[in-house]
Design a protein around this ligand. Structure first.
Ligand SMILES: Nc1ncnc2c1ncn2[C@@H]1O[C@H](COP(=O)(O)OP(=O)(O)OP(=O)(O)O)[C@@H](O)[C@H]1O
Ligand SMILES: [Mg+2]
Length: 258
């Protein structure tokens, strides 16, 4: 099982460096109810995104000053990661962080290769590896942002994950941004035939340097091509993530082949 804890859920994206500690503890308990092997990836929320945006990391290397930004973005993510690890330990999950920038070669913003042998080793032992969106050196752009969403899809393919669950702060994918439009329609299922709908989605806005909901859905449709189903659920609602990781589907938006 591959699970993404959205930065939109575990942090307050409107306030820099704010962790939602009680939400994180609840989600750790919910994840602990799943006893199979799992890899968890978390997003940047109000830690990674604002720092990366300030230094234009996602735009590629332009000046030396950005290198401190790369360092600071990474550090912000490590800070958030330490909260996640602590919450998991508190819920009885033996979790170990895996630094994406140390095991991934990125080219043009896309993963070229990732050393996953240590991840497999941890899973065999019953350890939960925890990765996160990271600021990385990039073969083509010099520097870039490797999104947690892209890591989710890459690992799901490489580890033959049967299903992927992504927790966000909204009920799923809507026909328009639910925080801007009044009562848009919730889309219960998106398949490869729904490309036109995805074009209309729009991004999350300035607080997300990796393309927000639209890019997330595009990444997951790539995964759907391989026959792996993903579901985006509202993890701010108690027990939604728990039910989803334990096999219940239809709680949010399913992204699948057909
Ligand atoms: N069509 C849409 N349907 C649903 N949410 C949308 C849509 N368009 C924009 N959004 C926004 O996308 C947000 C979720 O994406 P966002 O990238 O901010 O979260 P995340 O991936 O959990 O965070 P992070 O990137 O920090 O992990 C929602 O809070 C919502 O405001
Ligand atoms: Mg995002």
């Amino acid at each position: 099982m591959i699970v993404k804890l959205g930065g939109s859920v575990i942090t307050d994206k409107s306030k820099k460096f704010t962790v939602k500690c009680s939400v994180l503890r609840r989600l750790a308990r919910e994840l602990a109810s799943y006893t199979g092997p799992s890899v968890v990836i978390h997003g940047g929320g109000s830690f990674g995104h604002p720092v990366a945006a300030k230094y234009g990391i996602a735009d590629g290397y332009k000046s030396k000053g950005q290198l401190m930004g790369l360092s600071l973005t990474h550090q912000a993510m490590e800070r958030l990661n330490s909260y996640v690890i602590q919450a998991f330990q508190g819920a009885g999950i033996p979790a170990i962080p895996m630094q994406p920038s140390a095991c991934t070669v990125v080219s043009g913003g896309r993963i070229k290769s990732m050393e996953i042998t240590p991840i497999k080793g941890m899973l065999d032992l019953g350890i939960t590896p925890v990765l996160y969106g990271d600021a990385v050196p990039d073969e083509k752009k010099g520097i870039s942002i490797l999104s947690g969403d892209q890591i989710v899809v890459y690992l799901a393919k490489k580890l033959d994950s049967p299903r992927v669950v992504l927790g966000v702060d909204v009920d799923g994918v809507f026909a328009a941004n639910p925080k801007k439009e009044e009562e848009p329609m919730l889309v219960k299922k998106i398949t490869l035939a729904d490309r036109k709908l995805v074009d209309l989605l729009g991004t999350a806005g300035s607080d997300d340097v990796t393309g927000g909901m639209k890019k997330k859905v595009e990444e997951l449709l790539e995964l759907a091509k391989q026959g792996v189903e993903a579901e985006i659920v509202n993890a701010t609602k108690p027990n939604f993530l728990k039910k989803a990781v334990n096999g219940e589907s239809g709680l949010g938006t399913i992204i699948c082949r057909r």
